[in-house]
Design a protein around this ligand. Structure first.
Ligand SMILES: Cc1cc2nc3c(=O)[nH]c(=O)nc-3n(C[C@H](O)[C@H](O)[C@H](O)COP(=O)(O)OP(=O)(O)OC[C@H]3O[C@@H](n4cnc5c(N)ncnc54)[C@H](O)[C@@H]3O)c2cc1C
Length: 613
């Protein structure tokens, strides 16, 4: 039995448990198979799928979508109707309340458990990304309330959640998109009576159904017509059901998530008492970004779930398709593309699950999650788009049939990077950490324990709900190349480490390129693209070591990363003048992977037992 067989991987892991820093709890722990891409429709017998489906919340989720069936789901998608049946179902079973209620306010003894939540989100997107959107947006709407100091509102929000309610996060405006300083939504001082709200919001999820909407507006004086760029921010909670002004809700028709409700609304002179204010000024600004840093990180798990199902469907179709008297999967380029798609998907999952470990470990002296969350937003969902590209090239016409999940995935996967805000902004954000990441000595804490592989459920971390320092220049990192120690025998790892060393030289010493970044957004984004590949690879390597991913499989995962870093290095080099030192340094980042045919075959052969349908 080979090591990538789930059962032997599990046994191997059990044998090596103490050396992986998981203590002595050898009888009750989670298998590393949960770190691999899974098939969750019940036909797969892998340990990972069994483990996911034995979670009561995921079981209930799977039951709902199995009872509905793909055919009905697709018809509902085409008619673009709202999924009230799902909202009622989750309310009846207390699903969103179980996932989102923080320990301090839950009346049901639940807590916010990162492992449960991220697994649920992955499975949710596997069954229906459109339905999952209602949960993502509920988190975003709830979070500004939970991190505020408004105790009565926190209790009201959790009571609504426990009654089955959903929430909305209203930041975007039609004319301003990412430019939050341009927000026009105004809260006018209303004498002693508090504030009066007037304005409109655009692209707001759950706008039709939310019991509470967290709205970001600006404070204006009694005689001001509208907010200016310098008006101070106010975050407040709006109760649409008690607001006659909240009348003009309109659904915005979108390419994907068609049964969800992404809408616009207007508020006209709605009184906002002081008790409904969540935060003001700098605190409101920080609350908006803190919510986005945290809440949009979770969208990456949706990208994983979408690709898992699309992969399973594509692979299932291709292995049964006979052309020229032979299965299509006998053709070498198809095997290569499918192995590549699987390896990219595995990389996405290894990264996202490792980023959870850093989020779990976050605290005042360990803020590495800020970078890893930013890289998750910048890369995981864009990797999903690449996975869909590889699969599309193989599946042929079948993938465009309206009755397939694949056709849904083709529309949903590219929406996630947009929904996350903007990949440009996320790449630029990533680049801000570059000096700290490459600093020697970094002085950061040791690598955190694995949440996925731990026996016990992770505890809620009070740091998440408090005021958090988001400053990138004070985050400390440990030596990142330590991640490759256990994988050092794999040629593609050796190549990638050489690339990282060459790239690092660009940002250390007297000729560092860092000072050039501030003046040029295009350059910052191009650097962010290279740097995010480096950071992504570190976490992939850490989890590949922890999960004992077979060397051949790790080799194919890193094949993609070597390609990515080389391509981004070429693009970055073109932004420096011909003959410049920086161009010459970047030429050393460009490398050719050393993957063998045998590596590809190993990955391909591991697919058959994993995707049974
Ligand atoms: C399906 C869907 C659901 C959504 N749900 C919500 C929701 O519930 N609540 C909510 O508030 N919003 C929501 N949004 C809005 C989403 O957050 C926006 O897409 C986001 O605010 C960016 O606006 P924009 O897409 O109009 O792009 P724009 O801001 O118009 O950007 C245009 C281009 O400029 C680039 N750009 C802009 N600023 C910068 C910068 N600083 N640096 C580098 N490049 C930059 C962008 O990358 C992009 O390429 C949703 C969006 C979608 C698609």
């Amino acid at each position: 039995m080979s090591r990538h067989d789930p059962e032997s991987a599990y046994n191997h892991f059990r044998e090596h448990l103490p050396s992986l820093g998981q203590g002595s709890a050898q009888n009750a722990f989670i298998s590393p198979d949960g770190l691999y891409p899974l098939e969750l429709d019940g036909s797969s017998t892998t340990l990972g799928a069994t483990e996911y489906l034995s979670n009561p919340s995921i079981r209930l989720l799977a039951d709902f979508f199995h009872a509905k069936g793909l055919g009905r789901l697709k018809l509902e998608d085409q008619s673009e109707g709202w999924y009230q049946d799902w909202i009622d179902y989750q309310a009846r079973h207390g699903l969103y309340a179980r996932l989102l209620s923080p320990k301090e306010y839950s009346t049901r003894g639940t807590q916010f458990d990162l492992r449960n939540y991220t697994r649920f989100l992955e499975a949710f997107a596997y069954f229906s990304p459109a339905h999952a959107y209602s949960l993502h947006v509920s988190f975003l709407g709830l979070f500004p309330i939970l991190i505020s100091t408004n105790e009565p509102l926190k209790r009201e929000a959790v009571a609504q959640l426990e009654a089955g309610g959903v929430f909305a996060f209203a930041v975007s405006e039609r004319e301003h998109g990412s430019d939050l300083l341009a927000i026009e939504f105004a809260l006018r001082s209303n004498g002693t009576a508090g504030l009066s709200a007037k304005g409109s919001k655009y692209y707001i999820g759950n706008a039709n159904a939310a019991g509470l909407v967290s709205v970001l507006g600006k404070h204006v004086g009694p005689t001001d017509d509208k907010a200016s760029r310098r008006s101070p921010f106010v975050f407040f909670a709006l109760r649409p059901r008690d607001t006659s002004a909240f009348a003009s809700v309109r659904k915005i028709r979108t390419l994907g998530i068609r049964t969800a409700f992404v809408g616009e609304f207007e508020v006209n002179d709605q009184p906002v008492p002081a008790r409904d204010v969540l935060s003001q000024g700098r605190e409101a600004w920080d609350a908006a970004f803190g919510t986005v840093d945290f809440g949009k990180f979770f969208l990456g798990f949706g990208s994983v779930g979408i690709c898992e199902r699309a992969f399973a469907e594509a692979f299932g179709h291709l292995r049964k398709r006979i052309l020229y008297g032979k299965p299509v999967t006998d053709m070498p380029h198809i095997r290569h593309a499918l192995a590549g798609a699987f390896a990219r998907l595995l990389g996405m999952k290894l990264y996202a699950c490792r980023a959870v470990d850093y989020l779990q470990a976050a605290g005042p002296s360990d803020r590495r999650y800020l970078l890893f969350n930013a890289v998750q937003k910048a890369r995981v969902s864009t990797e999903a788009v690449k996975v869909m590209g590889l699969l599309t090239a193989c599946i042929g016409a079948k993938g465009f049939e309206a009755g397939t999940f694949f056709e849904t995935a083709l529309r949903e996967a590219p929406m996630i990077p947009v929904l996350e805000g903007s990949t440009h902004i996320n790449f630029a954000l990533t680049a801000q950490f570059i000096d700290q990441y490459f600093a020697e000595p970094g002085g950061g804490p040791p690598a955190p324990e694995s949440v996925t592989l731990a026996a016990a459920d992770p505890e809620e971390n009070p740091y998440w709900m408090g005021t958090r320092d988001r400053h990138p220049k004070t985050v400390l990192f440990a030596e990142s190349l330590a991640a490759y120690k256990l994988l050092a025998g794999i040629p593609n790892i050796q190549t990638f480490v050489r690339q990282v060393r060459a790239f690092r030289e660009l940002f250390t010493g007297a000729s560092s390129a860092t000072h050039e970044l501030a003046a040029d957004v295009g350059l910052t984004i191009a650097v962010g693209k290279c740097f995010s590949a480096v950071v992504y690879a570190q976490l992939v390597a850490e989890n590949a070591s922890a999960a004992q991913v077979p060397p051949a499989v790790t080799s194919v995962v890193f094949h993609g990363l070597i390609e990515d870093l080389s391509i981004e290095a070429v693009r970055l080099a073109t932004l420096f003048p011909h003959g410049s030192a920086h161009r010459s340094m970047l030429k050393r980042v460009i490398r050719v992977p050393r993957t063998t045919r045998a590596d590809i075959e190993t990955v391909f052969r591991s697919l058959e037992p994993r995707f049974a349908a």
